[in-house]
Ligand binder design. Structure first.
Ligand code: DGY
Length: 320
């Protein structure tokens, strides 16, 4: 008998179809809409394998509705949507998608650096709104990325990929991480700094640390107050790491140059969120890994795990 697999989103048919060799598949049939919680809880009742996105909370509540669940595969490298302790207690395995989205996400971070520093979205709005009457010296002036100091909080795969790119812009790279990256320090000259020093010295602060109990609210009013008045903060990790209202207040008081945010505490962000009223906030809808190549690679990594499990083999990228 085939194993029962439930997929919480409509994924491309050509990616899902080959899995039918091993699985009896049911799927939420919407590409854009998250499956309502009650439907998800009903759908997991008899499934052995669950394929989720970061919008689906896999927690004690879900597990209590899924007595046969053995494997959860997450279409993301970040897995704050999964209560790993709860999974462990029940012996349920889980996998994520490390490695394949490193470069794409680092590229987007550089995009946010340039967009905020050089006011690219604001300048485009200015042109489209018919405000461009002439060229003048102080028109839409930004700040330089080249030669500035970047401070990266979270020096995992993506943090290091951002740091290497920053070297290409002749930036001085500071980083803060639970573990020192001695090899990267020697090879590229990245410098370790305490969080406080990093915040004080950086022109660009980039958050790349995973979201967990230790990093929730890591950057609040006090930390923002340590930053230079013309510094930029970038977050392409998870929204809950920055206190958004404190960020709004700091920006509103003119105490930072700009913020580049690909992630928010609540996603999608409410359209009346105060941060969206500020022209120096570049806000994106969580597109860090959104290139065709990378999203396909993420899906295929999940497929690889699902195929292995279907064949009775071990899954690899385990987070449990
Ligand atoms: C991840 O993988 O964690 C991203 O946030 C989604 O691509």
């Amino acid at each position: 008998m085939k194993k029962k697999l439930f997929i919480t989103r409509k994924f491309p048919a050509q990616i899902v179809e080959p899995l039918r060799e091993y699985y009896d598949i049911s799927q939420w049939d919407e590409e854009e809409m998250v499956i309502p919680r009650d439907k998800l809880l009903a759908a997991v009742a008899d499934c052995e394998v669950l394929w989720v996105t970061l919008a689906d909370q896999v927690n004690e509540e879900l597990l209590s509705h899924a007595p046969n669940l053995k494997l959860v595969t997450n279409l993301a490298v970040g897995y704050n949507n999964i209560d790993v302790q709860a999974l462990r207690k029940r012996g349920v395995m889980a996998t994520n998608t490390p490695g394949v989205l490193t470069n794409t996400t680092a590229d987007l971070v550089m995009g946010l650096l340039l967009a905020t520093a050089r006011r690219i979205p604001e300048s485009e709005r200015y042109l489209r709104e018919g405000k461009w009457k002439s060229w003048y010296p102080m028109q839409l002036v930004g700040k330089d990325v080249s030669g500035a100091t970047i401070g990266i909080i979270g020096m995992g795969r993506i943090g290091q990929a951002v740091a290497r790119r920053a070297k290409g812009f002749d930036m001085k790279v500071l980083y803060n991480n639970r573990r020192r990256r001695h090899e990267a320090e020697e090879m590229y000259g990245f410098q370790y700094a305490s969080l406080e020093e990093l915040l004080k010295q950086s022109d660009f602060v980039v958050i790349m640390t995973p979201y967990n109990n230790d990093t929730e609210g890591l950057i609040g009013a006090e930390e923002l107050a340590l930053m230079k008045d013309d510094a930029v903060i970038i977050n392409a990790s998870r929204g809950g790491i920055i206190d958004e209202l404190a960020l709004y207040d700091t920006l509103k008081e003119g105490k930072l140059w700009a913020a580049g945010l690909d992630v928010f505490e609540q996603e999608p962000i409410a359209m009346d969120h105060p941060l969206l009223t500020l022209s120096n906030v570049v806000a994106l809808p969580h597109i860090g890994s959104a290139s065709l190549e990378t999203r396909t690679a993420m899906l295929m990594l999940n497929v690889k795990e699902l195929t292995a499990y279907g064949q009775g083999k071990a899954v690899t990228n385990r987070i449990d």
